[in-house]
Ligand binder design. Structure first.
Ligand SMILES: Cc1ncc(COP(=O)(O)O)c(C=O)c1O
Length: 389
């Protein structure tokens, strides 16, 4: 359903191609489909987009989620995966070959970084890491004729550093890929800046209720045809049930993102004024080093807030243990407010110098604001902060 509507309106009705007269998204739980004869079976087997052939190729509910995502991104096509990492790894391994070169940023989700550092070299793919906040560094690292892909994440996990999408999308030569997990399409649409592919861990805000593992890649038909061909061999297919939850999440994405952004702004300001907090990172704060860029390329600042505690590791671990309303869990973008201590969890596999490069300290805490009342969250956070002696 391509329309002239605002994406918020598109989101309400997108992803219903296989619905017949049902208003709500329909779950097609079948792993395979009966062909009406050998001619049809042959046609379905060779059309990799056919939604009713075999579940590893596609599925009507998964296809509906993909269509909804393509509509929201302004993309020609999308492909869903079993997780965000399924999408990231299929893009890298589906599009790069031995002898190729990738430019990626140092500020990355830790497992994406591990993929670049430990898997890519095994396949003869070289990766150069650059400071993603420096637009000149991207271009300087491109090796003409060898660099096939530039991989950005914006805002980046966990310090919410931004990549200038206009400059990134204008890089000539390699394909440009953005992991936009922290800023779903109602906040930011990288394809509008000339970026070739946008990836989301839809496990997060898009499905939005902490009940699905789901990834998605969107872009041109041509690139998606390559990715789809590889994805069928890769096998990290999205489950129809998770895709259903993806369509369910898309319908309320706009209101959830607005509420979470509002709460994050209020809590970020409270944290900035607390003596136990050394530094707060949130794209909506004037103190964010890229505040102007956030205003230009993000419709909302988003629900993530990251902060460094003055008293370091002990304070970080104490805080995540002593909140009562916010919960200690690894994920983001859902209805529940979640805290993580990256140095102990999401980034525990990184060496000290890698943590430094990613700007993660021992006292860094990441908060994903949920949908609880902001006053309750503020009280909870303040009490936990005040309790550290
Ligand atoms: C920016 C980013 N990309 C990718 C992923 C991987 O997503 P998933 O956990 O759905 O595999 C995450 C997970 O936290 C993430 O934060």
């Amino acid at each position: 359903m391509t329309t002239d509507h605002d994406p918020q309106t598109t989101a309400i009705r997108a992803g219903r191609m296989h619905n017949d007269t049902a208003l709500a998204p329909v779950l097609w739980a079948s792993s395979t489909f009966v062909a009406g004869g050998v001619e049809e079976a042959q046609r379905l087997a060779t059309d990799l987009t056919a939604p009713k052939f075999y579940g590893r190729h596609s599925n009507p509910t998964v296809a509906d989620f993909q269509n909804a995502m393509a509509d929201l991104e302004g993309a020609e096509d999308s492909r869903a995966f079993a997780s965000g990492m399924g999408a990231v790894s299929a893009v890298i391994l589906g599009l790069c070959s031995s002898g190729d070169h990738i430019v990626a940023q140092t500020q990355l989700y830790s497992h994406t970084q591990l993929l670049f550092q430990s898997v890519c070299p095994r396949f003869g793919i070289d990766v150069t890491f650059v400071d993603g906040t420096d637009p000149d560094a991207w271009e300087a690292a491109v090796v003409p004729g060898r660099t096939v892909l530039c991989f950005a994440e914006t805002p980046a996990n966990p310090k919410l550093a931004l990549v200038d999408l206009e400059r990134f999308g204008a890089i000539k030569g390699p394909m440009t890929v953005v992991d936009g997990t922290f800023a779903p399409p109602l906040i930011q649409r990288p394809l509008e800046y000339g970026v070739d592919l946008v990836i989301h861990s839809a496990t997060k805000a898009i499905a939005g209720h902490n009940d699905a593992m789901l990834g998605v890649v969107s872009g041109s038909e041509e690139l998606l045809a390559w990715i789809r061909g590889f994805a069928i061999l890769h096998g990290a297919v999205a489950s129809p049930f998770d895709a259903l939850n993806g369509i369910r999440g898309i319908r309320t994405l706009a209101v959830r993102l607005r509420q979470q952004s509002e709460t994050a702004c209020a809590l970020a300001e409270m944290l900035e004024s607390h003596p136990g907090v050394a530094r707060v990172f949130h794209p909506g704060l004037r103190s964010h080093p890229q505040f102007d860029l956030a205003e230009r390329q993000m419709a909302l600042p988003g629900g993530l807030v990251t902060f460094d505690l003055v008293a370091g590791r002990a304070a970080g671990r104490h805080l995540v243990d002593s909140v009562e309303l916010a919960q200690l869990a690894t994920s983001l973008g859902g209805p529940e407010t979640l805290l993580t201590h990256p140095a102990s969890t999401t980034h525990v596999g990184l060496l000290p110098e890698e943590l430094d490069a990613a700007g993660i300290g021992e006292g860094t805490v990441r908060m994903s604001c949920g949908l609880e009342h902001v006053d309750d969250l503020e009280r909870d956070l303040r009490r936990a902060l005040d309790s550290f002696a």
